[in-house]
Design a protein around this ligand. Structure first.
Ligand SMILES: [Zn+2]
Ligand SMILES: [Zn+2]
Length: 192
């Protein structure tokens, strides 16, 4: 692989993915800035599944080729801002999300990578959001930041996550009523 950034003495990574039929292909030229696992009802409907695994990239770090994707624009229920999803007009696979609220980043649909396991998802780079609508049977991991809704408020201030000491499985779905010792911290405070 050629070194595209000789000044940085770093060989860029190229991780590829695309839609089911192969008409849309993309490559990521850097690690994701973070991984969002979103349990909101929009992402549940979008994926037809329990949640979206969404590695978030700086926009210049993702290059698309092949067929131009079809696009669908949706108004966010909470912010009233635009959410645009891009999907293959032939096979229907959704490949990415773009948010008017965060114009510098792009979220890829993690399951569309040829190797969806290449990026880390640990406590330092991963967070779960919209736990309030998480489906029954979903497991919430210990040690990872879990947010009831968005991680950041509409005015830009951060919401405080909850962190679990033990992984739990949601028996009924929705925001769980968790108490110590399973609950490690809530709203930024460590619970003894
Ligand atoms: Zn396709
Ligand atoms: Zn979502």
């Amino acid at each position: 692989m050629p070194d595209l950034n000789p000044g940085r003495n770093v060989v860029p990574m190229v991780y590829q993915g695309g839609c089911l039929c192969g008409a849309i292909r993309y490559q990521a030229m850097a690690e994701p800035v973070r991984i969002t696992i979103c349990h909101c009802t929009f992402c549940q409907r979008l994926t037809g599944s329990a949640y979206l695994v969404e590695p978030i990239f700086r926009r210049p770090d993702v290059i698309f080729r092949g067929a131009p994707p079809s696009r669908y624009e949706h108004r966010s229920d909470s912010s009233q801002m635009r959410v645009t999803i891009s999907f293959c007009g032939h096979c229907g696979t959704t490949v990415c999300l773009e948010l008017e609220r965060f114009p510098d980043i792009i979220g890829l649909c993690g399951g569309t990578f040829d190797n969806p396991n290449w990026f880390e998802r640990d406590k330092d780079n991963c967070r779960h959001i919209f736990i309030r609508s998480a489906q029954r049977g979903v497991a919430l991991p210990a040690g990872v930041k879990l947010y009831k809704e968005h991680a950041v408020k509409l005015d830009g201030t951060p919401n405080e996550p909850m962190v679990l000491a033990h992984t739990i499985t949601l028996k009924r779905g929705g925001y769980p009523d968790i108490t110590p010792p399973t609950l490690l911290s809530r709203a930024g405070e460590v619970i003894e």
